[in-house]
Design a protein around this ligand. Structure first.
Ligand code: MG
Length: 376
């Protein structure tokens, strides 16, 4: 079993992703997409060396990835060219002696060790290997907005990476490129040169991140929990979920003692890993005396935005023996959603008694629980 080297062309600017850094540097679960891709290659026992071809403007970004001691198979990067072929060629020139070379897209971070091994093994045996999957949708050949034909789907496959080659064959294809349009993968260069390329089954999970939606699907969803209790006190207003409710007593606390909003805040902060309400808004800070908890919730919204955390949903329950809260649940959800700047359909508020049991049942106070999910 020959050791393989991996070349990762990562110099593209990814115009389809819109504003912001190139797609290989967008964050996925808190780390750049490219880090995940390199980590998968690093984890493959078949791969001995990894080289990335990067854009000159990305040297600092790449440096923050390559400094990870886990990526110890990673060589110093080469500067890529304006086309994929130029980048792969630059990587190839910087590699000496490898018998098997795999070329892998920078934006396929879910490649498996198994696929890497299968591609490398077929490349070693037959010279050139490409992972591919059958086409499941009907393909149309279109010109000027009109369908020209629908080719036979049974012969069509979607090519993925890593594509594997015996070094000598890839070198030859680069030395004397066959005429034709700019190749979009390395296998097509060998095909044009008349070199047989063998197909190995690809993997559906080996997705190429192309559009912003691909990252949205990939985003991590995290969950947090919040719980809060406040005692009743005569002469205090009762505010729950930002809604003032007629009652002969309210809840006691430093702020408006909105027990429901406090539980929601703690659930959101917990989900996003941002601490808890006591740390953010200390109850001995005069700034928060009597403050509306919806104002605090709006500040939490800003904190969430600062870490690109998007609220997926909140589910909350208020425990109170009296007054009856169910008729106000819709208004509470709307007020909470308003402060968070999200659709009220993403917030659910429920109320329950505790069947006269415990401190809630004895009407000494109220409790609230909330669960929140955020997409990072
Ligand atoms: Mg509280």
């Amino acid at each position: 079993m020959a050791t393989a080297a991996a070349i990762v062309p990562a110099a593209g600017r990814g115009l389809r992703m819109g504003e912001g850094p190139a797609k290989q540097y967008r964050l996925l679960g808190g780390r750049p997409v490219l880090w995940h891709t390199l980590a998968r290659l690093q984890a493959s026992p078949r791969i001995g060396r990894i080289i990335a071809a990067i854009h000159g403007d990305d040297q600092e970004r790449f440096g923050s990835i390559s400094s990870d001691p886990f990526l110890d198979k990673l060589q110093a990067p080469v500067l890529g060219g304006s086309t994929r072929s130029e980048s792969v060629r630059a990587g190839l020139e910087a590699l000496a002696g490898e018998e098997i070379v795999l070329v892998h897209d920078a934006v396929r971070p879910w490649v498996s060790t198994d696929l890497i091994e299968r591609v490398a093994a077929v490349a070693e045996e037959h010279g050139a290997a490409v992972p591919a999957l059958p086409v499941t949708e009907t393909i149309k050949v279109v010109d000027g907005g009109r369908v020209l034909e629908s080719p036979d789907r049974s012969r069509l496959f979607r090519a993925q990476t890593p594509q594997g080659f015996r070094r000598s064959l890839l070198d030859a294809a680069f030395r004397s490129p066959a005429p034709g349009p700019q190749p979009t993968d390395e296998a097509s260069m060998l095909e044009r040169a008349g070199i047989p390329v063998h197909v190995v089954p690809g993997e559906e999970a080996n997705v190429k991140i192309t559009h912003p939606e691909d990252l949205r699907v990939a985003a991590e969803v995290r969950t947090g929990i919040g719980y809060d209790v406040h005692p009743f006190a005569a002469g205090r207003p009762l505010v729950l979920g930002g809604v003032a409710i007629r009652s002969d007593r309210g809840l006691l606390g430093h702020s408006d003692a909105d027990v429901l909003t406090h539980a929601v805040i703690d659930a959101l902060l917990g989900a996003a890993g941002l601490g808890d309400i006591g740390r953010l808004f200390p109850d001995d800070d005069p700034e928060y005396e009597g403050i509306s908890s919806l104002v605090l919730l709006a500040r939490v919204r800003d904190r969430l935005r600062a870490v690109a955390a998007e609220v997926v949903n909140v589910d909350a329950v208020v425990m109170a023996q009296a007054p009856k809260l169910a008729p106000h649940a819709g208004a509470m959800a709307e007020a909470l959603a308003g402060a968070l700047g999200i659709d009220p359909g993403r917030i659910s508020v429920k109320a329950t008694t505790t069947e006269r049991l415990g401190f809630v049942g004895r009407q000494e106070g109220m409790a609230a629980q909330a669960v929140a999910s955020v997409r990072l």
